[in-house]
Design a protein around this ligand. Structure first.
Ligand SMILES: *Cc1c(COP(=O)(O)O)cnc(C)c1O
Length: 387
């Protein structure tokens, strides 16, 4: 029998990093000592007090059963307390917070709660691919919002045609941003909330990098903006903050109808997060945050080793104020894919063509700070040698 794959899968765009993966495998086979700055996955371990909490919770038999769909009340309360302390935002844990199996899960599932076939969803370009894919899985139409360097990698809301704004259902934003590392100022969020309220569009804000910043001013939650609670849902992740990408735990918070609708999707498709992991997440969110402070310093030192060095050597690298990403501009006349290929083959450094996140990423490759300072210094030296 010929297996007839559904259109939603068959029409997915081709995997954008296939050529880089091929080159990577080739170089590895030849014994090249590759420095992989391609993937945004922390190389640092989860802090020991969080691992200890999991270890202990794993021995408690009651945690071995099906968890609650929307998450343990204690975890939702810890998430609300975290948001109160960090952003000054008051949330009702029972109705305004839902636990997620990593924020990617909630990001992918939100469209099931909001998007009918033909509905328009505004997605950043370049952006985390899950916003667009989740939309397409529901038969929604993606309308890309170009993020350009000249505009601080913020979408130009005034450039959205009136008919698009009128038909749009959801707008995705993500600051601190992957892949550009841009931050959003308060004025942008205020404009966004006014825009969304005027056109009755739901704001879905991905705040995965809220704690990974280097300046004096911590990134904002959109829920701090007056009126946001009427239109916004925000996605939080423990993955990058506490080096817990493998643990699969995060949460969404905000407008209670939106949180409720996402919770309803989840009761029908999953059975929640292993309770022992939830206990560890409570420890992470409510425990001592000095591990997060120490980590910021580590990334800051790494940023200097890579970006500071490259910048002084004349490279057009955008030194990040947040996240562990840095965009490097391609030499003129070279595409992102060509430049990434050249860097891999000549310098043995793996970087990501920013076009993998959308066509407006053209002209940049993305580097990560997910390697130790010595390796990053070595990567910088190899790039400088390459010229
Ligand atoms: C890493 C990342 C996430 C979240 O990951 P989870 O591990 O699923 O919580 C979400 N959004 C962006 C932009 C990311 O880079």
């Amino acid at each position: 029998m010929k297996i007839d794959i559904a259109r939603r899968i068959a029409t997915l765009p081709p995997y954008p990093f296939a050529r880089i993966d091929e080159l990577k495998a080739e170089q590895r086979k030849r014994g090249v000592d590759l420095i992989d700055l391609g993937i945004g996955d922390p190389d640092l371990p989860t802090p020991p007090h969080i691992v200890a909490a999991l270890r202990e919770a794993a021995t408690v038999a009651s945690h071995h059963r099906y968890p609650s769909y929307v998450g343990m009340m204690e975890l939702r309360a810890a998430a609300a307390a975290f948001c109160k302390k960090r952003f000054g935002v008051t949330l009702d844990p029972a109705s305004e917070v839902v636990t997620l199996i990593g924020s990617k899960e909630g990001i992918a599932h939100l469209p099931l709660a909001l998007v009918d076939p033909g509905d328009v969803v505004l997605c950043p370009d370049p952006g985390y691919p899950v916003y667009a894919v989740g939309t397409q899985f529901c038969g929604g139409e993606v309308y890309p919002l170009p993020l350009r360097r000249a505009n601080g990698f913020l979408p130009d809301l005034r450039a959205i045609p009136a008919r698009v704004a009128a038909s749009a259902k959801v707008i995705w934003v993500n600051y601190p941003n992957n892949p550009t590392a841009a931050l959003a100022p308060r004025a942008f969020y205020e404009e966004l909330v006014a825009f969304a309220r005027a056109h009755e569009i739901v704001i879905a804000s991905d705040l995965a990098y809220s704690e990974m910043y280097f300046g004096e001013e911590p990134p904002l939650s959109i829920l701090e903006i007056p009126g946001a609670r009427d239109v916004a849902i925000e996605f939080h992740s423990l993955s990058k903050t506490y080096n817990m990408t493998g643990w699969r735990v995060g949460f969404a918070a905000g407008n209670r109808e939106l949180v409720g609708a996402l919770g309803k999707v989840k009761t029908n498709v999953d059975s929640g997060v292993f309770e022992a992991v939830q206990v560890a997440a409570i420890t992470a969110l409510s425990g001592d945050q000095s591990c997060v402070v120490a980590q910021r310093q580590i990334y800051k030192d790494r940023r200097e080793a890579l970006c500071g060095t490259l910048r002084r050597a004349g490279f057009d690298v955008i030194v990040p104020e947040a996240t562990f990403y840095a965009l490097l501009a391609c030499p003129s006349g070279m595409t992102s894919l060509d430049y990434a290929g050249k860097i891999l083959e000549t310098a043995g450094v793996v970087v990501t063509p920013a076009t993998g996140f959308g066509p407006t990423g053209e002209g940049f490759v993305r580097l990560t700070l997910c390697a130790d300072e010595k390796r990053l210094a070595e990567a910088a030296a190899r790039l400088i040698k390459m010229g």
